[in-house]
Design a protein around this ligand. Structure first.
Ligand SMILES: N[C@@H](CC(=O)c1ccccc1NC=O)C(=O)O
Length: 259
């Protein structure tokens, strides 16, 4: 039997999903507010012509391409990728990258702000007895996953460092994902480290790995706790926003189970 597991967050206004000033805004227009919007397309028609006098339900949304569950294109990380080539935008991401077998790494035990290393990735793969194949989609379940919509979400979870990201990419992975706000460690922790050590290379290091090898990651995944370690596919086609740095996605895991 085929089971579909929704691994996307609900896109909602009024909950702390992003830093202040970046949360999405949604204006909901009800059937009672839109009769005239519908009627203006049909000269001569009146409200009496509408069933129960209803117009249509529609929403106006103000948000960024990085609101909700979304796929980041290499162009988000820098203007170049693969060591100097023009970075591809979200509408140029190969669809083949976005529909592949998935692998889940459980990294929930790492403290907030911890920067995951190549050894941590290998240890997580060893624990589930898996060797990576090219184009597999690697998603990391962090402690941020269960905090979506709570005040501490943006500062929760571990992040994937430059070396760990390149370690995945060197094995042919081109699309990864996290249930945290960022593929990198939460900025508040990295800012403290930067203030302490003065080393600017820690800033957004996992993202910046895309300058060396172009890749995509999904941010704000959800419900990864419900997935097995392997044995599923991930579908995460991004909305084709022209020339953009990211696109929203309804990410879904497809699990084919024995009868
Ligand atoms: N988490 C993202 C950044 C991000 O989400 C973002 C970046 C710029 C403007 C808005 C953003 N997020 C939500 O609207 C990242 O680290 O790439």
């Amino acid at each position: 039997m085929r089971r579909l597991v929704d691994i996307s967050v609900p896109l909602r206004a009024g909950i702390p999903t992003d830093p202040p000033g970046l949360t999405p805004e949604i204006d909901y227009l009800s059937h009672q507010q839109t009769q005239d919007d519908l009627l203006r397309f049909f000269p001569g028609a009146t409200r009496d012509d509408l069933p129960d006098g209803e117009g249509w339900a529609v929403e106006w949304v103000r948000m960024t391409t990085h609101s909700g569950t979304h796929l980041d294109a290499p162009y988000h990380y820098a203007s170049t990728m693969d060591g100097g080539e023009r970075a591809i935008t979200i509408d140029e991401v190969p669809l083949e990258w976005c529909f592949q077998p998935g692998v889940k790494l459980d990294l929930r035990h790492f403290e907030d702000g911890y920067v995951v290393t190549p050894d941590d990735i290998d240890a997580a793969l060893d624990r589930i007895g898996h060797r990576l194949s090219p184009l597999e989609i690697v998603v990391v379940n962090t402690s941020a996953g269960e905090r979506y919509g709570h005040d501490d979400y943006v500062s929760k979870g571990c992040g994937i460092g430059r070396d760990a990201t390149l370690h995945l990419l060197s094995q042919g992975v081109r699309l990864t994902g996290t249930d945290a706000w960022s593929w990198d460690a939460p900025f508040v922790h990295t800012a403290r480290r930067y203030a302490r050590e003065g080393d600017a290379s820690v800033i957004w290091e996992g993202h910046r790995a895309g300058r060396e090898v172009g890749y995509c990651h999904i941010e704000k995944l959800h419900n990864l706790e419900a997935l097995p370690d392997v044995g599923f596919q991930i579908v995460c086609f991004p909305t084709k926003v022209h020339a953009a740095s990211a696109g929203w996605t309804r990410a879904v895991a497809v699990i084919d189970e024995e009868e």
